[in-house]
Design a protein around this ligand. Sequence first.
Ligand SMILES: NC(=O)c1ccc[n+]([C@@H]2O[C@H](COP(=O)([O-])OP(=O)(O)OC[C@H]3O[C@@H](n4cnc5c(N)ncnc54)[C@H](O)[C@@H]3O)[C@@H](O)[C@H]2O)c1
Ligand SMILES: N[C@@H](CCC=O)C(=O)O
Length: 547
Amino acid sequence: MATPQLATFKVPAIDNEPMVTYAPGSPERQALRAAIAQMEQELPFEVPCIVNGEAVKTGVFGKQPLPHDHANHLCAYHEADEATVAKAIDGALAAKGEWESMPWNDRAAIFLKAADLVSGKYRYKLMAATILGQGKNVWQAEIDAAAELADFFRFGVKFVEELYAQQPSKNSAGAWNRVEYRALEGFVLAVSPFNFTAIGGNLPGTPALVGNVVLWKPSPAATYSNYLIHQILTEAGVPPGVIQFVPGPPPEVVGQAISHPSFAALHFTGSTFVFKKLWKDIAANLDKYKGYPRIVGETGGKNFHIVHKSAEVRNAVLQSVRAAFEYQGQKCSALSRLYVSQSVWEGGFKDQFLEEVAKIKVGPPQDWSNFMGPVIGRPAYDKIMGYIQKAKEAGGEILIGGTGDDSKGYFIQPTVILSKDPKSITITEEIFGPVITVYVFPDSAFTSTLSLIDTTTTYALTGAIFSSDRSALLQATNVLRNAAGNVYYNEKCTGAVVGQQPFGGARASGTNDKAGSVSIFYRFVSARSIKENFVGLEDFGYPSNLV
Ligand SMILES: NC(=O)c1ccc[n+]([C@@H]2O[C@H](COP(=O)([O-])OP(=O)(O)OC[C@H]3O[C@@H](n4cnc5c(N)ncnc54)[C@H](O)[C@@H]3O)[C@@H](O)[C@H]2O)c1
Ligand SMILES: N[C@@H](CCC=O)C(=O)O
């Protein structure tokens, strides 16, 4: 029986998930402590692939080590093989008809329920998995696994309501024009990074919300938290087959998916290198596909702060410490190049900055006093330490830090490099770790330094300008128009919030489709225009034909 549509429903008022403080003695501190202790006791977990709602155990295991204690692992996951990926694609395509035909308010209700499960029942479990498995401290896990993920699901519903409301404004007499926003023909491939649990949920969630079916390949280093998200979505009511969870060897799983004729879109977040490779592979497969696949990718960054001579120094110092070193610099938006006006640097910025960085405690993330935890794994540790070495060899001065200890976990001290070379390797390439490079410029060279910032890297993700002089802010805004997709005034370059600062960068940083806004949803629908005529013709000729 067809589903009757007996009203136009309005989604509930949507707001950002309130953040709790985890202050000593608070109930949330107690609850999270218990969740971490329980997970530490129960690990390692076994994670299957989930295909058509069923657990698939291939018996070939990958492991997600604990970054703070690499002898142990949080989970062992069954790696999807060729047959599992093929079954997942077939199952998703079979699930598509019913899912995209489901009335919008029902799809919306499923995601609103998922948000409530994230912020309620599963909050502490999801945070514990993010803390132990991805090395986030409590506050970073709250921002990510609780607040941002719930926000993505709730605001997603609001954005889709806005999208569906976009209708033609004109109708000629006797006709009614409508637009429907169809899901893409085929399946969407979501490939997610390790560094945000919320992005893991958002990459499959966004296309699914508008009726698509999705093959989701999580990051090996975030498998367990991402598996919990899949369980939450299932509990909320996402039907079997709609989001297929296929952890596995990245080139094989992804390669198989993008070779399929029904591949309709890539929703990717990760490094620029991998994204460019996938784009080229998709282009090489173009003749195999039914249509032109959509390619959506948010990638690397080399984000800047510029501190003008008029800046309020204390604020610029503290914002820079947070932007560079929160989550060990492993946010795509993290500060990694800091340009400071000479009079400010010598007039107190340098001393205050180094004094604050020296206070940062580094250690296991479940020790509440640590501001910084481990970096994600062995390749990251070696890469970051390699950059520090290269900086030394190139004459960079290590002002603080520069050391690491990988005996138990992958710990690197917050590192500040002073470079006289404005194009040194650590000021141009993405390091993705707790390392920033400072470049001090003469007060008189503000204008040329703006151009330098604009032309130093291939990236254009985030940046911040610190100044109490409005004309300096305006000048920087104009010169740096294309140097960052998210720009901040007197505020750090990290911490974009869903529904407040739509997020994404251009140039080598991605397609700038703005996660956390209505824009991204346009990429996962294919609009169909419908015109209905109410009045029949009486003659095929026009008055102009009359003589
Ligand atoms: N712009 C943004 O919004 C944003 C947000 C988060 C992270 N990032 C970027 O992500 C990167 C860090 O995340 P990461 O280390 O997980 O990135 P990554 O590129 O190593 O991995 C991302 C995803 O791609 C997969 N992958 C890796 N190699 C592959 C291959 N050869 N073929 C197919 N798939 C492959 C991984 O398994 C993972 O699922 C940084 O560059 C960071 O700037 C960007
Ligand atoms: N919302 C995040 C995005 C980080 C990506 O890794 C921020 O702006 O800090």
